[in-house]
Design a protein around this ligand. Structure first.
Ligand code: MGD
Ligand code: MGD
Ligand code: SF4
Ligand code: MO
Length: 726
């Protein structure tokens, strides 16, 4: 791509004045153009950037505020342009050779003293399919460790495991986005699409124009709830109870699809027996909503011909997340709303490559193509593609947070982080911070000196979305190619090439001899072939020609599958399964000491730990600091004024944010965004309890207390506790 001679492009330059790229943030993966113009103003030369939506199948040319400003972090002066190595306590810029020598020799000596399981690998759902695939191979072949997991554990694990159990396959949307306007009833459970996938909102507006009835299930009146015909403002952690109660009404009122149940499902009889014990009024009391509203929701969904259920992290980031999703899938199956137009289930994937990132081996128990590391045939197949002995592949490791616990216990002595900021995003962040301090070696590959990178011994600067090529799989399961359009700044390198260089320092270079990402993708195609997530039929050429292909796609002359389960499900007897789900809440018990429930999530302008969006001036300006949403009556009860600093405390720890008094949240609930680290990090208070099925932490409920910071400060300075302000 670099041109020779006089036209040679320099570091940080765009390859053309107008380039085509793809947003690095959420799972919609909107396509866009970025144009750059050089302007001279008052004698100063500056570059003016402009991002505009480009027509594409998902966002149809729309961009949200994050996409419009994504280039701001990529071109930010704080981008890391040189490797950093800790010397005498300080991170010092060094050449790549020195950084790689340090990484190679540290890994080698750990491998000989501790063995491969002393090293943990931690990946992310922002990484391309090629990098995610290679990271899994790197862990198993270059290091040989069982310990690899990724931030998607906190994101998609509940819905993914539920989809796999119930349908036999986990693809975020079982239908097309184009089915949304065809649905007569839409359930949006724990998903705030208006802020988190904003460019999809017109699909829902269109559905409403076509007469759809929209049910939103959320403890807050979000911008998404603004389109609801019915808003069930439930107590956090009670989604399974609600879904069971809706199902009970649907069954009792004869709104089930008997034929679908008979022909295409198993387990209905057991479910019916279980539902006998479900009481609508008791359920309503547990959920904190009126029984009549649950009845209305059930009738609305059960009585129409077409409908779609969407869930996201509100339902899923719970200690019963896996089962809560399955309770919603019962609704879909009982009414036969899947496998045809205007019907389906959608687990709204989070990160840009949250879908692809969970298919090709970054997960503790997974090999490429959604294969299992515990299945002999799967191991043998992938080993044959990699040219290693099946017995050399390690076994299953542990989930992301459990890896942090092993670090804390000194079972893992070195951690390699690529594409995540775990010290901010893990639950019980205090323990994670303590754990990382105990490491002999922490290596972080990132674009910025994040909260986690600051703790590292080696920081490796990586290229951004504008500078590297790779494929991303969006929330629909459509694989998209994003090509490099800018020369990397300074010495930043592609993730995949960093992995190959480390592997060669460990004398495993022969297994990592790729010339570019297409080369890696060719191997991924083979490794995924015949697996659940089969990418064999997808090639870079096709992606360039067709602007995206759905998986599964087993052959190059087949179109990928847009609507799934038309004829059959992917389990061995081709039927889907109903699940008996207990009707109990999953929230942390409140007490006199911790009387409120803290939930958390996202705001429009920021992305995840804010590592990128806090460096984007236009986005940062919209929300400059963290806050807590609190109901006016709750604020009054705890002596909190609007806009003042408050301290929120759980059994795990505390953090400090500003109050934002709003009537649109439940009185017993507080909401805090997750985009800030340090003293404002909500995860200092979140709980580390994990879902037994998928190891998802119960992020979305923590029992807490709240008080104005002035009281907290007074308490520690010996004030007698009497207050005159109120
Ligand atoms: N602007 C923006 N967009 C993003 C992201 C971002 O950081 N910022 N992140 C991306 C990623 S990785 C993800 S995973 C997705 C997440 O997308 P969402 O899951 O939609 O986002 P959240 O805000 O975490 O949670 C959604 C809603 O769940 C509600 N909620 C909380 N507790 C409960 C509960 O117990 N039950 C129910 N039913 N609802 C509850 C919250 O009030 C919130 O409105 O967004 C993606 N898009
Ligand atoms: N309390 C609470 N906590 C949560 C959640 C919640 O709802 N509530 N949500 C959870 C969810 S759903 C998620 S997805 C996680 C996300 O948690 P994190 O993974 O920690 O979030 P990010 O901020 O996306 O961190 C990604 C890092 O990778 C860097 N990066 C971006 N692209 C690349 C790349 O291509 N290569 C490399 N090497 N680095 C890159 C970014 O600069 C950033 O520092 O947080 C989880 N934590
Ligand atoms: S953040 Fe999501 S919706 Fe917004 S532009 Fe990026 S990909 Fe599109
Ligand atoms: Mo996520």
């Amino acid at each position: 791509m670099c041109q020779s001679g006089e036209n040679k492009l320099e570091a940080g330059q765009f390859i053309l004045p107008v380039v085509e790229t793809q947003c690095p943030f959420c799972s919609v993966q909107c396509k866009m153009t970025v144009s750059t113009e050089t302007e001279t103003l008052a004698g100063i030369i500056r570059t003016v950037y402009k991002a505009e939506g480009k027509p594409n199948a998902a966002s149809q040319g729309r961009l949200c505020i994050k996409g419009m400003n994504a280039h701001q972090h990529a071109t930010h002066a704080e981008r890391l342009t040189q490797p950093l190595l800790r010397k005498e306590g300080k991170l010092i810029p060094v050449q790549w050779g020195e950084a790689m020598d340090a990484v190679g020799s540290s890994f080698s000596s750990l491998l000989s003293t501790q063995g491969p399981d002393g090293i943990g690998i931690y990946g992310g759902g922002s990484l391309s399919n090629e990098t995610a695939y290679l990271l899994g191979k790197f862990a198993r072949v270059a290091i040989g460790t069982r310990y690899i997991d990724y931030n998607g554990r906190f994101c998609m694990s509940a819905a993914a495991s539920a989809g796999s159990k119930v349908f036999g396959i986990d693809r975020g949307l079982t239908c097309r986005l184009a089915d949304i306007p065809l649905a007569r009833c839409i359930v949006l459970a724990g998903t705030n699409i208006a802020e988190c996938q904003p460019t999809l909102m017109p699909y829902f507006h269109q559905a409403k124009e076509n007469g759809a009835f929209v049910i939103v299930i959320d403890p807050r009146a979000t911008p998404t709830a603004a389109i609801a015909d019915l808003h069930l403002q439930i107590r956090p952690g009670t989604d399974a109870v609600l879904a069971n109660a809706m199902l009970k009404v649907i069954v009792d009122e004869g709104l089930v699809n008997e034929e679908f149940i008979r022909k295409r499902t198993n387990g209905y009889e057991q479910l019916l027996t279980h539902l006998d014990g479900v009481d609508l009024n008791e359920s309503a009391a547990l959920c904190g909503v009126e029984a009549e509203m649950i009845r209305q929701a059930a009738r609305a969904f059960g009585s129409v011909e077409t409908g779609i259920v969407f869930t996201a992290r509100g339902v899923e980031q719970q200690t019963d997340g896996h089962m809560a999703v399955r309770a919603f899938l019962n609704l879909v199956l009982a009414t036969g709303k899947i496998g045809r137009e205007g019907c389906g289930y959608g687990a709204i994937t989070g990160q840009g490559n949250g879908q692809g990132g969970r298919e090709h081996g970054q997960k503790a128990d997974q090999l490429p193509g959604y294969r299992s590391i515990e299945n002999e045939e799967d191991r043998a197949y992938v080993a044959s593609v990699w040219g290693v002995e099946p017995s050399s592949l390690p076994g299953k490791g542990v989930s992301a947070y459990e890896m942090m616990e092993l670090v804390h216990q000194r079972e893992i002595q070195a951690l390699f982080v690529m594409g995540s900021n775990p010290v901010v995003s893990n639950p019980n962040a205090r323990l994670v911070e303590e754990a990382l301090k105990k490491l002999d070696l922490l290596i972080v590959a990132d674009m910025f000196l994040t909260e986690t990178a600051r703790m590292a011994d080696v920081v490796l600067p990586v290229t951004s979305y504008l500078e590297n090529t790779g494929t991303m799989t969006n929330l629909e399961g459509r694989v998209l190619l994003r090509e490099a359009v800018r020369i990397a700044p300074g010495e930043a390198r592609d993730d995949w090439s960093i992995l190959c260089q480390i592997a060669s320092r460990l004398n495993k270079g022969g297994y990592f001899a790729y010339k570019d990402t297409e080369d890696i993708f060719e191997e991924l195609r083979l490794a995924s072939r015949g697996g659940v997530a089969d990418y064999y039929g997808i090639t870079y050429d096709r992606l360039r020609r067709e602007e995206g292909v759905y998986w599964p796609c087993p052959s190059t002359d087949e179109a990928g599958m847009d609507t799934m389960f038309r004829e059959s499900f992917a389990l061995s007897d081709r039927r889907a399964v109903f699940t008996v789900v207990e009707s109990c809440g999953a929230g942390e018990e409140i007490s006199e000491e911790y009387p409120l429930t803290l939930t958390n999530g996202r705001v429009l302008a920021h992305y995840l730990t804010g590592a990128q969006t806090r460096r984007s001036p236009s986005l940062a300006a919209r929300e400059i600091e963290n806050y807590v949403e609190i109901h006016p009556r709750t604020a009054q009860r705890w002596y909190i004024k609007d806009g003042e600093w408050v301290e929120i405390v759980s059994q795990r720890g505390s953090f400090t944010v500003r109050s934002r008094i709003r009537p649109h949240i439940r009185e017993d609930t507080l909401f805090v965004p997750m985009h800030w680290g340090g003293a404002q990090n909500v995860n200092r208070a979140t709980r580390p309890d994990l879902d037994p099925f998928c190891r998802m932490p119960g992020f979305k409920t923590a029992a807490v207390r709240i008080r104005p910071l002035r009281l907290a400060v007074a308490a520690t300075s010996g004030h007698n506790g009497e207050w005159s302000q109120f």
